[in-house]
Design a protein around this ligand. Structure first.
Ligand code: ASP
Length: 582
């Protein structure tokens, strides 16, 4: 037997028992004639003691140990004189009587402890060692708990987990596909699914009624902190339901996860239309942990010879409470923040409402204090507050002001990681117009159903058609989204036409779905949650990378496996691939 207990298990109540443990040497400390070792496994750390006086041979053996050696020890449990209240096993130690080295270790490239000296790159290269560290492992344990509880909840509601294929056909709508050459079909390619969207809809046509899958999805997009080329979705679909049923079921799942995993009881989630979210927060995923809502002031600013505002389509402000005392330096910092190329504002205008009631602004040349006061009043500002104003094209300015609002929220400590505020954003537009390509794209995906009352506008005013589509947002992060689907092949054809597909193109790419719809498709709809984002919200992480066992870096590389990598000429030939020398 390798061990009688794990390294996280023993307590004072086990005093004087003989036990055998196995694990990794985390730390070795020598004190006079004593050697103390922290022995680690997945479950915790137990202190081992070797005493020169009582067992010199054993002590010599222990002297030869190094960090990360795998050892097995037997001994008796004793009470520690110097207790460590920070770990559950901190009241006891093992007086070792037998030691066996199961496997020695090279000196690890970084310290494998909660706090490490290893930078990102080295930890990613040796990810298997990084995963030995408690905080990293804890993230994966949390991920397991969330996935496990999700399965329990959905199983209880009669959802069936069905696996869909990973080798599918390419669909040009949406993000870029990852593709896989087919050896047996020269010159042809599979694509990896961006999501099992059409397959889960087919399962509804098959009568599965309630489907879910915790499933890998692949999108060849530029990477950010909340994106990985492969990521995991909790993917679901239901038949004979309306939007309300989906929202209730998945609000229920979210509450259940918070309760079972974090013991937090969440109140009912508020709902907000897309239009309202854009007007109040300039974002379709507003962080509602704090206010600082947008106030439109265009009408109060025009006609005073200030060309910048006069020529702007949209002028809006946010009010930062108690910030009137901001220094020149702080204001410059924020101006530089909004002028960064990623945000792209041309400048930042401010109005200080001093504590004594006086008003000073960066546009004093154009506006009297009385005029500025009308802006302050609309924003409900009180003496001591600071107003920030941005202007320009409506949507662009809303995005910029949203970034500024989030930055101010962070600076003022309003975005606490353990304050969870969930929100449904509903009534998304069906379509989005791409100015560059001069055509409409589906805002969610081409299978999303327009709201029945808006169908008549599909020809006359497509941009105004709203969809039965919804997103779940937690703390400003889009955790999931879905929609009620089109289940009528004629309406689906019309949608493809709006998206610029010819009948032939639509048939070639989505013929399987439209044909299926001719054999009795039930009304259906669904949703998908991003599991990685959900776990990182639960864990309070800034990047989804930290809750993925083997993530890719920002250039999409797995530095541990050194992937992607080149293929041999034989492999290329077998796949009929020619690499063009650039
Ligand atoms: N397939 C969609 C997505 O990946 C989710 C859904 O509509 O169910 O965003």
């Amino acid at each position: 037997m390798y061990r009688t207990h794990t390294c996280g298990e023993l307590r004072l109540t086990d005093l004087n028992n003989n036990v055998t443990l196995a694990g990794w040497v985390q730390r070795i400390r020598k004190f006079g004639g004593m050697i103390f070792i922290d022995l680690r496994d997945r479950y915790g750390i137990t202190q081992l003691v070797f005493n020169q006086q009582t067992n010199a041979t054993l002590c010599e053996q222990a002297n030869g140990l190094g960090r990360e050696f795998v050892i097995q020890v037997s001994g008796t449990i004793a009470e520690r004189s110097n207790k460590n209240p920070n770990i559950p096993t901190g009241e006891i130690e093992i007086i070792v009587s037998e030691l066996k080295i199961l496997n020695p270790s090279e000196i690890p490239p970084f310290t494998i402890e909660d706090e490490t000296d290893g930078g990102d790159d080295i930890r990613m290269k040796y990810r298997y060692l990084d995963l030995r560290r408690t905080p990293v492992r804890a993230n994966l344990e949390l991920r397991h708990q969330i996935a496990f509880a999700t399965r329990a909840y959905l199983n209880n509601l009669n959802f069936l987990e069905v696996e869909t294929p990973v080798l599918v056909g390419s669909t040009p709508e949406g993000a870029r596909d990852f593709v896989v050459p087919s050896r047996m079909n020269p010159g042809e390619f599979y694509a990896l699914p961006q999501s099992p969207q059409t397959l889960k809809q087919l399962l509804m046509v098959s009568g599965f009624d309630r489907y879910f899958q915790i499933v890998k999805c692949f999108r060849d997009e530029d990477l950010r902190a909340d994106r990985q080329p492969e990521f995991t979705q909790i993917d679901c679909e239901m038949s004979f339901i309306e939007q309300e049923d989906i929202l209730n079921t998945f609000e229920g799942l979210t509450k259940y996860l918070f309760k079972t995993v974090k013991n937090i009881s969440l109140p009912d989630f508020p709902r907000m239309s897309y239009a309202e979210a854009m007007n109040r927060f300039g974002s379709d995923k507003p962080d509602i942990r704090f206010g600082m809502e947008f106030v439109e002031i265009k009408d109060l600013t025009t006609g005073k010879d200030f060309g910048v505002f006069d020529n702007a389509e949209y002028v809006a402000a946010i009010c930062a409470e108690n910030c009137a005392s901001y220094t020149r330096k702080q204001l410059d910092e924020l101006t530089n923040f909004v002028k960064r190329p990623q945000i792209g504002a041309s400048g930042l205008i401010y109005v200080r409402y001093e504590v004594d009631g006086s008003i000073k602004s960066s546009v004093d040349k154009f506006y009297t204090p009385e005029e500025l006061k009308t802006w302050l009043d609309r924003a409900n500002a009180k003496p001591g507050d600071l107003l920030f104003v941005l202007c320009g094209k409506r949507e662009k300015t809303q995005k910029q002001l949203c970034e500024l609002r989030l930055e101010m929220g962070s600076r003022l400590g309003f975005r606490k990681k353990d304050d969870y505020q969930c929100l449904w954003v509903v009534d998304f537009p069906l379509l989005e117009f791409d100015e560059e390509l001069n055509r409409y794209f589906a805002k969610h995906h081409p299978f999303t159903s327009p709201k029945p009352e808006d169908i008549s506008k599909m020809d006359s005013d497509p941009g105004a058609v709203r969809a039965n589509a919804y997103d779940l947002v937690i703390n400003g992060v889009e955790i999931g989204g879905g929609s009620i689907r089109i289940f009528d092949s004629e309406l689906q054809k019309k949608m493809f036409k709006l998206l610029g597909f010819s009948n032939e193109q639509a048939q070639a790419q989505f013929g399987f779905l439209m044909n299926a719809f001719q054999y009795g498709a039930p009304p259906h709809g669904g949703i998908a949650f991003g599991l990685d984002r959900l776990v990182s919200i639960f864990a309070g992480l800034d990047s989804i990378r930290d809750c993925i066992a083997f993530p890719k870096n920002n250039s999409g590389r797995d530095v541990m496996l050194d992937a992607p990598s080149q293929l041999s000429q034989e492999q290329l030939d077998e796949l009929y691939l020619k690499i063009k020398n650039s």
